[in-house]
Design a protein around this ligand. Structure first.
Ligand SMILES: *Cc1c(COP(=O)(O)O)cnc(C)c1O
Length: 392
C-alpha cells in the first residue's frame, strides 16, 4: 500500500509542525551519550546540566547499581504479566511494605510509573456525579485523570484554600476529591497541605497528594511532604514517584489499608498493565536505605537552594520564583526570551532548559533550574557567574 500523500485534508501534520515552529513551541530532543551525575555528554558536547530531577544524585549510586545487577542475575529482566493476573514478586511485596513504613502510612501500592498512577487513581476514586477539585498548576497526569473520571472538574486558584472552600461549600456532588501536587513541578512552590486536609475533613472529602518532587527531599529522613507537615488521616492518599529523587523508576500510592486495597481492585492502569521488573523493586529497596542514611545529600541541596536565593544579580527582566525547594524557576515571560537565555547558557556549556506553554501558563516561559546533591557548590557558582555575564 502507498502511504497517503503528505498534507492530506484533516491530517496535515506538516502544517501543524510549522505552526509549532512559528510559536517557538517545537520541542527538540537532544541525545545524551554519557552521564556522570550532572555532567552529561550531549550531542557530542560536555555539558553541566541543571535539568535532571535526580535531586539526591542517586541515579548512578554504586549501592543501587549493585542491587540492580544482583537482582537481574536472580530474577531476570521482565515481570511477564499484570500483578493481579500472574502475581507480583516477593521483591515488590517487600518494597510496598518498606515504602509504607518509609512514609509512615499503613499500606502502599507500587506502580510502574507516576503518570499512569495518577491517570488511573483519579478515575478509580471519582466518577459520574462526583466532583474533582484540582489546583490550577497541577501536573498533567492529575488533570488527565480528572478528565478520564467523567466527574465534574473544578479548578481552584493556585494554593488558594479560600477559593477551594467556597467551591466545596457550593458543591452538591455525592463524593468530593481534592487533588494537588505537594511541590509544584514547574514552580517549586509547596501546597498548603495542612489546610487542604482540614478542608477534606470539614467537607467529607478525600485529599490525593502527588509528591513527585518532595519524596526523598523533604520531611524527616526524606519521608516526603506529608511527613514534613506531620499529616495523618484516613482522608489522605499520598502518592509519590520513584524516578526522581529515588533515582530509579515507578511510583506508589499509600494510605489506609482499605483505601489502598480498593485502589488495587479498581485502578485500571494498575490492573491492565504489566508489572515492573523485580530488578526495579530490589533497586528501589536499596534506594530507600540510601535516602534514609545519607542525610548529607539533603543538606547539600539546602545549601544549593540557599545560594540561588541569596544571589542578587539576576537580569532586571528575570524574576526568581518563590521556591524553597530544589526546583528554582526563573521566569522570563516570552518563549523567545527564555529560548534565547537557554541558548546563551548552552554556548557556555551549561544546560538549563527553557520551559514553555503548555507546560507553564502562556507568558510565563522560564528557565527551570533543577538542583541536585550531585552538584558541587562550585558548579552552581559557575552557572550564577554565567547569568551575571548575560545580564552585563
Ligand atoms: C514527573 C511527575 C509525574 C510523573 O511521574 P513519572 O514516574 O515520571 O511518570 C507525576 N506527577 C508529577 C508532579 C511529576 O512531576
Amino acid at each position: 500500500m502507498t502511504p497517503p500523500p503528505a498534507g492530506a485534508g484533516a491530517w496535515d501534520f506538516g502544517a501543524e509542525l510549522r505552526a509549532l515552529d512559528a510559536a517557538q513551541l517545537r520541542r527538540q530532543r537532544r541525545v545524551i551519550d554519557a552521564y556522570d551525575g550532572p555532567r552529561l555528554r550531549i550531542d557530542g558536547r560536555d555539558m553541566l546540566a541543571f535539568c535532571s530531577n535526580d535531586y539526591l544524585g542517586l541515579a548512578q549510586h554504586p549501592a543501587l547499581v549493585q542491587a540492580a545487577r544482583e537482582a537481574a542475575a536472580r530474577w531476570g529482566t521482565g515481570a511477564t504479566a499484570s500483578p493481579v493476573l500472574c502475581g507480583h514478586s516477593r521483591a515488590h511485596e517487600d518494597l510496598e511494605r518498606e515504602l509504607a513504613a518509609f512514609v509512615g502510612l499503613p499500606r502502599a501500592l507500587y506502580f510502574y510509573a507516576g503518570f499512569p498512577a495518577n491517570a488511573g487513581l483519579v478515575p478509580a476514586l471519582a466518577g459520574r456525579g462526583d466532583a474533582v477539585f484540582s489546583d490550577a498548576l497541577n501536573h498533567a497526569c492529575l488533570i488527565d485523570g480528572a478528565r478520564l473520571s467523567r466527574a465534574e472538574v473544578q479548578v481552584y486558584a493556585h494554593r488558594d484554600v479560600d477559593d477551594l472552600a467556597r467551591r466545596l461549600q457550593a458543591c452538591r456532588a455525592r463524593r468530593r476529591l481534592i487533588t494537588t501536587d505537594a511541590v509544584f513541578s514547574m514552580d517549586g512552590t509547596i501546597a498548603p497541605l495542612r489546610e487542604l486536609l482540614e478542608l477534606a475533613e470539614r467537607f467529607d472529602a478525600l485529599l490525593l497528594v502527588d509528591d513527585a518532587h518532595g519524596f526523598g527531599v523533604l520531611g524527616p529522613g526524606g519521608a516526603g511532604s506529608a511527613a514534613a507537615f506531620g499529616l495523618r488521616s484516613p482522608r489522605l492518599l499520598y502518592m509519590a514517584t520513584l524516578g526522581k529523587a529515588a533515582g530509579v523508576a515507578g511510583a506508589f500510592v499509600a494510605g489506609a489499608d482499605d483505601a489502598v486495597e480498593f485502589l488495587m481492585q479498581r485502578t485500571r492502569s494498575y490492573i491492565f498493565a504489566t508489572a515492573a521488573p523485580a530488578m526495579i523493586a530490589e533497586t528501589l529497596r536499596a534506594s530507600l536505605r540510601v535516602i534514609a542514611e545519607e542525610s548529607w545529600r539533603r543538606e547539600r541541596l539546602r545549601e544549593l537552594v540557599r545560594m540561588v536565593r541569596e544571589h542578587d544579580r539576576w537580569p532586571a527582566a528575570w524574576r526568581l520564583g518563590d521556591s524553597e525547594t530544589p526546583v528554582q524557576p526563573v521566569v522570563l515571560g516570552s518563549n523567545e526570551a527564555a529560548l534565547d537565555a537557554m541558548r546563551r547558557l548552552w554556548e557556555q556549556g551549561l544546560w538549563v532548559p527553557a520551559i514553555r506553554p503548555p507546560t507553564v501558563p502562556a507568558g510565563s516561559a522560564r528557565l527551570r533550574l533543577s538542583l541536585s546533591a550531585a552538584h558541587q557548590p562550585g558548579d552552581l557558582r559557575r552557572l550564577l557567574l554565567a547569568v551575571d555575564g548575560i545580564a552585563a
